[in-house]
Ligand binder design. Sequence first.
Ligand SMILES: C[S@@+](CC[C@H](N)C(=O)[O-])C[C@H]1O[C@@H](n2cnc3c(N)ncnc32)[C@H](O)[C@@H]1O
Length: 288
Amino acid sequence: VRKGFQLRATTSGGVSLYSEAYNETIHPGLGPEGEAHRLYVEQSSFQEKLGESTKEDPLVLWDVGLGAGANALSAVRAWEEAPAGHLRIYSFENDLGLMEAAREAHRENPLHFSFVNHPSIEQILANSVFSAASQQGNKSLEWQLILGDFTGWIEQPRGAIQPPRLIFFDPYSPSRNWRMWRLPVWEGLYKFCREVDCEIFTYSRATGLRVTMLLAGFHVGRGEATGFKEETTVGATRLSSLKSPLPATWMETVKRSDASQPYVADSFETGPIAPEWLKKLAEHPQFL
Ligand SMILES: C[S@@+](CC[C@H](N)C(=O)[O-])C[C@H]1O[C@@H](n2cnc3c(N)ncnc32)[C@H](O)[C@@H]1O
């Protein structure tokens, strides 16, 4: 495959892509399709939410880190299978290398990353937009790619972007893609969606991440297991959306952990939480 990427086996016996720049394999457990489906589409009750959408009030999904497109295309496929529904996807990406690598790998072996073989991809790459609709008018899809650094964009959003009801948050991991996980990004996300009922799904279960999300204003809960991860993380603007919110006793884990410091440093750094952050965390409505 293209320079900078390699094919790698996943723990479940499939194949995924490894980025040399980030020294990391995407979706290393279940592979791109399995993880996209399980961790993002299935866990988020995507079909149910799509069922509640209307033309005037579509289901708005933010796909942060388009990458090879596994998560976004998993949502597109779910939309295709649904009897009705109005979906709007905003994908964010600053480097289309992973998408190109997946397309090359698929051309070399059609069994690999077959999800990229979808008519939307050519259009997304050429024009940054794709749309589709049913003749009866009961289904529509609008997909837009916003190219550029997400961390800069979220601090100063531009364009008429609708607040998300769902966010699939899938950068590389905090140690390698630190800027994407820092508090300002979470604060920006929260500011954008605080008025709406929004849920955000991500694969990390790090205590420092959960502390950071809570400090930004989100309610935080445990997410389902995927591959070799026994737990993931879900954030929500409404506590009632969470199936498994972190209980007040979780504060004991925070106090004991040597990696509970929020993600505020300029470069990757973990450590125990400072007393002033702990005080702020204890005031979060989720624990009162
Ligand atoms: C783990 S991969 C995403 C995999 C993808 N969700 C999929 O389903 O194929 C992480 C992606 O985040 C992108 N990314 C990293 N930092 C970014 C930034 N600052 N702004 C926008 N995208 C970024 C990377 O280029 C990479 O494609």
